[in-house]
Design a protein around this ligand. Structure first.
Ligand SMILES: [Zn+2]
Length: 297
């Protein structure tokens, strides 16, 4: 049984426990200044640039819900929301005709249902990247150890399979995030292969054909070319990082293996101006090079 009192249900609790408070404070001031520049200048042309911005979240706690709703309302002014599969297909088919946003979420926390409820209000279909090992995990000490060791977070409840089914019924997609949130770069190839195959098998059976994969931790150095080859050999048709950037039309059709997705993290609690600043910065720096994987020589 889960002792509900011990699970984290407020984002405030995570912020309080964050040892990098001073760094965050400085970062906020810097972002305030940068986003102020954005407010004062005319960047309309950049924002109207045809592109796909992939955004991802990990959690929407109750105390993030209202700000997240406001963020979506703001983003809707400049973008059309499309599903993850539509977004991937648009890049592959060289069909990016206006500004789009595609949402995803990593790690499968129970509060993804709060996120889904808000996404549903805007008719946004997201892709939820989950770890089969944690779905339905009810033992508090196991949750605590997993969250601490694999996610660097206090104990947070995970979804169960019924929750996952509810997401599917609402038109969302499910993707693989490996079995147990492994660091691919420090895991031997046979285990990586096993993780890719096993998670796809389990999710295929439970959720229908799984097309998308996002590797844990998400920086380029958490992954490599051999793992990328295995992703496509296993039968996934996309692979996502968590490196910032947006995607513009590549100028020709791409093969599935040629696309390496960039996603920008969004925390529901973040200052909306700061999120807009990151999105604008991506639009300004948009390049066809961003579609490529970073391991290509
Ligand atoms: Zn993750």
């Amino acid at each position: 049984m889960i002792n509900m009192d011990l699970l984290t249900t407020k984002f405030k609790r995570i912020k309080e426990a964050n040892p990098k408070k001073i760094r965050n404070f400085v970062r906020n001031i810097a972002l305030d200044m940068l986003s102020l520049k954005f407010e004062l200048s005319d960047f309309r042309a950049e924002l109207e640039k045809p592109r796909i911005q992939f955004l991802y979240i990990h959690h929407i706690f109750e105390d993030e819900a209202e700000n997240f709703r406001k963020l979506l309302k703001e983003l809707a002014k400049y973008h059309s929301f499309i599903s993850y599969s539509e977004a991937v297909n648009k890049v592959l088919n060289n069909e990016i005709d206006k500004p789009y946003i595609a949402f995803s979420s990593d790690d499968g926390f129970k509060n993804n249902l709060i996120a889904a409820k808000i996404l549903n209000e805007f008719n946004i279909k997201a892709c939820f990247f989950i770890n089969p090992d944690t779905i339905g995990l009810k033992d508090f000490s196991q949750i605590k150890i997993f969250c601490k060791n694999r996610l660097l977070l206090p104990p947070i409840e995970f979804m169960d399979w019924e929750d996952v089914n509810r997401l599917l019924k609402n038109g969302h997609e499910i993707g693989s995030h490996t079995m147990g949130h492994i660091n691919v770069a420090t895991t031997n190839t046979s285990q990586v292969k096993e993780n890719l195959i096993q998670s796809k098998d389990i999710l295929d059976k439970r959720c229908g054909n799984i097309a998308h994969f996002a590797y844990p931790y998400g920086r380029f150095f958490h992954f490599h070319q051999d793992a990328l080859n295995l992703v496509f050999e296993t039968g996934y048709s996309s692979c996502a990082s968590a490196e910032r950037g947006c995607h513009i039309a590549p100028g020709r059709k791409l093969k599935t293996e040629e696309l390496f997705i960039r996603r920008d993290l969004v925390i529901g609690d973040w200052n909306i101006k700061h999120v807009k600043y990151f999105i604008l910065k991506n639009a300004i720096n948009a390049s066809v090079e961003t579609n490529k994987n970073p391991y290509q020589k």
